[in-house]
Design a protein around this ligand. Structure first.
Ligand code: F0G
Length: 488
């Protein structure tokens, strides 16, 4: 059987055969994280060279004769053609691009919920607010379980099935657990999720239970959950499905292909991604860089990562003269990215450097405003996703993004994941007095225009009419969201 891929340590460069990887997905030499490499990957060289546990000489020989650099034109055509197929694997927005992620032996047996295929929305009002001419939102919240995690889960869980695992597990701020639970249920695997007690949105917790996961709420934060799980997987045959698992990132790189396909093979100038454990920014970077290497595109977008001020270890690293990574005690209402010790920070930092991107941080007040603005555009997303718009505003103001650049925001999660946040915002109960005091007068007025608290009224025609007239008059006076050229 031919060897389609290997793992390479992103820290020391050591290559190993896929079966040789440790259960915590860490390099035994230097504790670095692995990436999946293919015979066509950049800098791979002779397939078995430098490998500590290389494929056998027979399989290498076979591989050398079989492997050709995938043909860009052929692949584009094939990917387009698969859109009309009725096969599950073709309908998946991950496996449709399977030439770029040959990680399973039998692709027809992958565990799929037809993930991917998410919309790329035009966001003209948010564009105006951010100060760019053209803004798109790649809405990964439109995946089956409501977040981008599905694209990674279909990949890594399919590998778990192929390797014969009965149990899978993850530590999560909510979305990974929801996705894992759904895919494990489809595959008939048992799954355990470790989540920080009291710090995940209800929508996500309910999903894990709905899909039948064994849910453990630990009295710690996400970083504590991941640390504990990393120890557990070394003692029990549980397959770890956090983004330290490099197969997760293979699935999560496919939105890069979708974006350029949706833009008729043009590449945006800038991609803005929220940063938590930093797997997603790493994966999207890998996707774009691989496409460039294969000649599918001629350049890559700048990839910028945005963090919440209270969970900003990458931002601190980025702005630190000595470029030292110091974990932080994370605190933010954007619970999905409440992470202080991001596992994939080295991979993400390389993506920022290689693509010429930037790293920014945004305040709770700025996140709340951006989320309401994205909602008012009829798109909606969860708080962690809204950091992208808040960050873009800062990048534009600092001259890092020019008005005419085409920008794509990666909206990572669905607005219904965390309805409590939205309700609290609109009722005026989200932001503290101090946070509001920290905003400018114009920002406070903008918040007031954005907020749409529900009215509780007597069921009386006159009362309702009077209240509606009053509300309409204030809405007209504010007119804050009216942008020329957009039908209201
Ligand atoms: N946005 C959402 C909605 C998320 O759920 C996450 C991560 C991120 C952004 C950040 O992505 O970690 O790859 O940098 N959520 C993880 C979870 C940690 O457990 O669901 P990242």
């Amino acid at each position: 059987m031919s060897v389609t891929h290997q793992l390479r340590c992103t820290n020391c460069g050591a290559k190993i055969a896929t079966e040789a990887v440790r259960s915590d997905f860490r390099c035994p030499e230097c504790n670095g994280l692995y990436e999946v490499i293919y015979p066509w990957s950049e800098g791979v060289g002779p397939w078995s060279a430098g490998s500590t546990a290389s494929p056998t000489s027979t399989s290498s020989a076979k591989l050398a004769s079989e492997v050709r650099l995938p043909n860009p034109g052929g692949m584009r055509h094939l990917w387009q053609e698969r859109k009309t197929s009725t096969m599950a694997v073709d309908q998946s927005g991950v496996w449709r691009f399977r030439e770029l992620l040959p990680i399973v032996r039998d692709v027809e047996r992958v565990v799929t919920l037809r993930e991917g295929n998410t919309p790329l929305y035009e966001m003209p009002r948010s564009a105006e607010l951010a100060g760019v001419d053209w803004l798109l939102g790649k809405h990964q919240g439109m995946n089956p379980s409501g977040s981008f995690k599905d694209t990674g889960m279909t990949a890594a869980l399919s590998v778990a099935v192929e390797r014969g695992f009965q149990w899978v597990a993850c530590a999560s701020t909510g979305n990974t657990s929801a996705a894992m639970a759904a895919y494990a249920a489809r595959a008939g695997l048992r799954c355990i999720v470790f989540i920080p007690d009291g710090k995940i949105a209800w929508g996500k917790l309910s999903q894990a239970m709905d899909y039948g996961a064994m849910t453990v709420q630990l009295k710690t934060d996400f970083d504590g959950c991941l640390k504990l799980l990393t120890k557990l997987v070394q003692q029990f045959p549980i397959y770890l499905l956090n983004s330290v698992n490099p197969y997760r990132l293979e699935g999560q790189k496919t939105p890069a292909m979708e974006i350029v396909e949706q833009m008729e093979w043009q590449v945006p100038e800038h991609l803005v991604v929220p940063g938590g454990n930093l797997g997603n920014s790493s994966a999207l970077g890998k996707g774009f860089l691989e496409m460039k290497h294969l000649g599918l595109v001629h350049r890559v977008p700048k990839i910028s990562v945005i963090q919440a001020e209270g969970a900003n270890p990458l931002y601190r690293w980025f702005t630190d003269e000595n470029r030292e990574m110091k974990p932080v005690k994370a605190e933010t209402r954007a619970t999905a990215i409440r992470i202080g010790n991001p596992a994939s920070w080295k991979k993400a930092s390389r993506v920022i450097e290689e693509t010429g991107g930037w790293c920014e941080q945004v305040s709770e007040q700025e996140i709340a405003m951006a989320k309401a603005e994205i909602g008012a555009e009829g798109v909606g997303c969860e708080p962690a996703s809204a950091v992208t718009l808040a960050g873009l505003k800062k990048l534009v103001a600092a001259g890092r993004v020019a008005r005419e650049e085409r920008v794509v925001l990666v909206l990572t999660g669905h607005t219904l994941k965390d309805p409590q946040y939205t309700i609290d915002y609109h009722r005026g109960e989200l932001l503290t007095v101090v946070e509001i005091a920290g905003a400018t007068e114009a920002e406070r007025a903008h918040h007031a225009a954005l907020r749409k608290p529900p009215m509780v009224l007597e069921a009386d025609e006159a009362v309702v009419l009077k209240a509606l007239e009053a509300r309409m008059a204030t809405a007209d006076a504010a007119g804050a969201l009216a942008v020329p050229g957009i039908a209201k």
